[in-house]
Design a protein around this ligand. Structure first.
Ligand code: F6R
Length: 245
C-alpha cells in the first residue's frame, strides 16, 4: 500500500488525476471504476482540463461506477448517474455505450446485481478503481459488518450514511433507504486501486483503515491486502497517522 501525501484537497486531486491519466495514456482502452461523493470531484475537474488540452483521451475507455441508489431513475438529480454526467461524463469523450452504473430504476435487485457483475466480467474486469471512503470506513456502500461482502448486491443504508447524504436531498426522509453497490470482493478484484481521502474529519478513520487491523468493521481496511493500492491523502486526513508514516 503506497501512501501518497498531498498538501490539501487540490493537491490530492491533481495527484490522483495524474495516476488516472497515466493509466489511460498507458492503456487507452482501460476499464475505469469510478466513484461519486465530494472526494473525486476535484479529480474529475482536473481530468476534464487535461482532456480539453488534448493531454488525455477517454474515447476507448469503459467505466463502471461503484454504486447507485435503488429507486432513483437515471434522470433524478440525486442519482449517481446524474452526478457522473454532470461532473465528468458530459465534459469528456467516453462513449455513452461504455458508461455503466447499476440501474437504480430496476427494482429486481437480484437480476440487476447479476447483470452488473456479468457486465464487469465481460469487459475484462476493472483496470483501475477509484474510491472515496466514508467516515465509518465504508467503500462503495459496503458498510461496517461482520463479514466482507462479495459481488454487487443491494444494501440497506445505515442511519449514519442517510444522515451524511441528507444534505443532498430536501430532507432525510427523501434519502433512498437502499442502494446497489459493488461488493468488497468486486473492488478487490480491480487490478489497481486509488483511494482519495481529504479533511480532518477523516483523520481517525484513516488511521484505523490503513494502519489498524484488517476487519469488516472497517471495510476499507481490506485494501491493506491488495497488491496495488495508492492512498492519496491530504495532510489533514493524515494528521492522526503521522507517527506511523
Ligand atoms: C461514492 C461512494 C462512497 C463515497 C464515500 C465518501 O460512490 O461509493 O463510498 O466514496 O461515502 O464520500 P465523500 O467523498 O463525499 O466523503
Amino acid at each position: 500500500m503506497k501512501i501518497i501525501r498531498a498538501k490539501d484537497y487540490n493537491d490530492m486531486s491533481r495527484k490522483a488525476a495524474n495516476i488516472i491519466s497515466a493509466q489511460v495514456i498507458l492503456k487507452p482502452d482501460s476499464v475505469l471504476g469510478l466513484a461519486t461523493g465530494s472526494s473525486p470531484i476535484g479529480i474529475y475537474e482536473q481530468l476534464i482540463k487535461w482532456y480539453n488540452k488534448g493531454d488525455v483521451d477517454f474515447g476507448e475507455c469503459t467505466t463502471f461506477n461503484l454504486d447507485e441508489y435503488r429507486g432513483l431513475t437515471a434522470y433524478h438529480d440525486q442519482s449517481y448517474h446524474y452526478f457522473m454526467h454532470k461532473n465528468f461524463f458530459d465534459a469528456i469523450n467516453v462513449p455513452e455505450s461504455r458508461i455503466n452504473l447499476p440501474d437504480g430504476a430496476q427494482m429486481d435487485a437480484e437480476r440487476e446485481c447479476e447483470r452488473y457483475d456479468a457486465a464487469i466480467q465481460a469487459a475484462g474486469g476493472i483496470d483501475l478503481q477509484l474510491l472515496g471512503m466514508g467516515l465509518n470506513g465504508h467503500i462503495g456502500f459496503n458498510e461496517p459488518d461482520d463479514y466482507f461482502s462479495k459481488g454487487t448486491h443491494c444494501v440497506d443504508l445505515t442511519e449514519s450514511t442517510i444522515e451524511a447524504n441528507k444534505r443532498f436531498f430536501e430532507s432525510a426522509d427523501d434519502v433512498p433507504r437502499q442502494a446497489y453497490t459493488m461488493g468488497v470482493q468486486t473492488i478487490m478484484l480491480a487490478r489497481r486501486i486509488v483511494i482519495v481521502v481529504s479533511g480532518e474529519n477523516k483523520a481517525d478513520i484513516v488511521r484505523q483503515a490503513f494502519f489498524g487491523p484488517v476487519t469488516p468493521r472497517v471495510p476499507a481496511s481490506i485494501l491493506q491486502l491488495h497488491t496495488d493500492v495508492s492512498v492519496v491523502a491530504d495532510e489533514a486526513a493524515l494528521s492522526k497517522s503521522m507517527d506511523l508514516l
